[in-house]
Design a binder for this molecule. Structure first.
Ligand SMILES: NC(=O)c1ccc[n+]([C@@H]2O[C@H](COP(=O)([O-])OP(=O)(O)OC[C@H]3O[C@@H](n4cnc5c(N)ncnc54)[C@H](OP(=O)(O)O)[C@@H]3O)[C@@H](O)[C@H]2O)c1
Length: 364
């Protein structure tokens, strides 16, 4: 175990970076020592907001990586620059927190994986819902046989992402965002893998996927804001379908359905249904063979994954877990290797749109 204080560089000073900084500031084993982004104005603003003084401030990653005492780099830039950021930081020997989605192409993810393996650095990918209190509770109940063998799981990402969403201007485009499941619905896909895995630290792997896409928002310049309930015209259009629906087969025999739905006119929701041969789950309501006298659903009072706000997401638990992995020389269950598989399913589904046929994994 190492007792060394770990220095952190945050790269990309936007919305999510504020939560990464707070989490590292609250961890007793880490200190934020540098901040970099495209514009110095953003770096200075974020540093002031976070109360960071005497830190390195940079507008290019290579210089920031040379800052004294950087052990961990948090990649908080938009998805289309993650691959080159991650490869550079890994080559510099830094441990990495990588925001989802990992990248826009499967070959980029393979190159990131090669660079990380070669450097022997540790990684965690921000599928932050793996640390959400409802999801950690369900994972623990599943490992404790409360549901028996899981045979069906259904999880949906339902959020009318629009101009209010930081990063929408780039993420709405086919070139920089690619699709709704890659940009945001990947949280539901990853949660389905995680909860379909029966062991405590294990996510199931997908062996086959079939996907459709649809909805009404592609190309529309009419937008709904569910925070204010107002409609607006003349907005930049979504360049891909807002709805994607995947049917999945897992390596343990379970099947699943996940969707990413930007087109819904309602507040954010993330419904979860899990069916096992000894019990069932509907969000935070449980029916289980473990409670033979049960006459109604048992409701767990906990925090649900029911907000799109980054301040609601459990980044503290994710970063504490990762720092623990580094200090005790352990791999995270959500490292680049594992998270790459969630993305592999997305790229396989993209093939379905071309061929209209199920795609088997692993991808060649
Ligand atoms: N895990 C989660 O739940 C979660 C939640 C939200 C977002 N995210 C992910 O986090 C990432 C960032 O999202 P965000 O919402 O923070 O976006 P954002 O608010 O747009 O911030 C992105 C930041 O990166 C900087 N940047 C852009 N291009 C750059 C480049 N080429 N080189 C260096 N810096 C660059 C921006 O630059 P300036 O210096 O010009 O300001 C901006 O400060 C995305 O991948 C997103 O999907 C994840």
């Amino acid at each position: 175990m190492t007792d060394k204080q770990l220095g952190v560089l945050i790269h990309g000073a936007g919305w999510v970076s504020g939560e990464h900084i707070k989490a590292f500031q609250a961890n007793p084993h880490t200190q934020v020592v540098a901040l970099s982004s495209r514009r110095m104005e953003s770096v200075k603003k974020r540093a002031a907001e976070a109360g960071l003084v005497n830190i390195g401030m940079y507008t290019d990653l290579c210089s920031a990586l040379r800052h004294d005492g950087v052990d961990i780099v948090s990649i908080c830039t938009p998805q289309h620059v993650h691959a080159k950021n991650v490869i550079k930081a890994a080559e510099a020997g830094k441990h990495l927190v990588i925001e989802k989605p990992l990248a826009n192409r499967w070959d980029e993810i393979c190159a990131m994986r090669d660079a990380v393996r070669k450097a022997g650095v540790k990684t965690v990918v921000s599928f932050v819902l793996r640390w959400n209190p409802l999801i950690t509770t369900l994972k623990s109940l599943i490992a404790d046989d409360a549901l028996g063998t899981i045979y069906y799981i259904e999880i949906d990402y339902q959020s009318n992402i629009a101009s209010w969403w930081s990063g929408f201007e780039e993420a709405r485009t086919k070139e920089k965002g690619v699709g709704s499941m890659l940009v945001a619905g990947c949280h539901a896909l990853d949660a389905a893998r995680w909860l379909a895995g029966q062991g405590s630290g294990q996510a199931a792997r997908v062996t086959e996927v079939f996907a459709w896409r649809g909805g009404w928002r592609k190309g529309s310049t009419r937008e709904y804001n569910y925070f204010t309930g107002e409609w607006a015209d003349g907005k930049p259009p979504l360049e891909y379908e807002g709805l994607e629906v995947y049917m999945l087969k897992f390596d343990n025999g379970a099947v699943g359905k996940v969707s990413s739905n930007y087109d819904c006119i309602m507040p954010y929701t993330f419904p979860i249904e899990i069916f096992g041969d000894k019990g069932s789950v509907k969000d935070n309501r449980i029916w289980s063979h473990k409670y033979p006298g049960q006459k109604g659903w048992i409701e767990i009072p906990t925090i649900l994954p029911d907000s799109s706000d980054v301040s609601h997401h459990p980044f503290q638990a994710q970063m504490d877990h990762f720092v623990d992995c580094i200090r005790h020389d352990r791999e995270s269950h959500c490292n680049l290797d594992d998270a790459a598989h969630t993305h592999e399913v997305v790229f396989a589904a993209q093939q379905c749109y071309e061929t209209n046929r199920p795609v088997s994994l692993p991808l060649r």
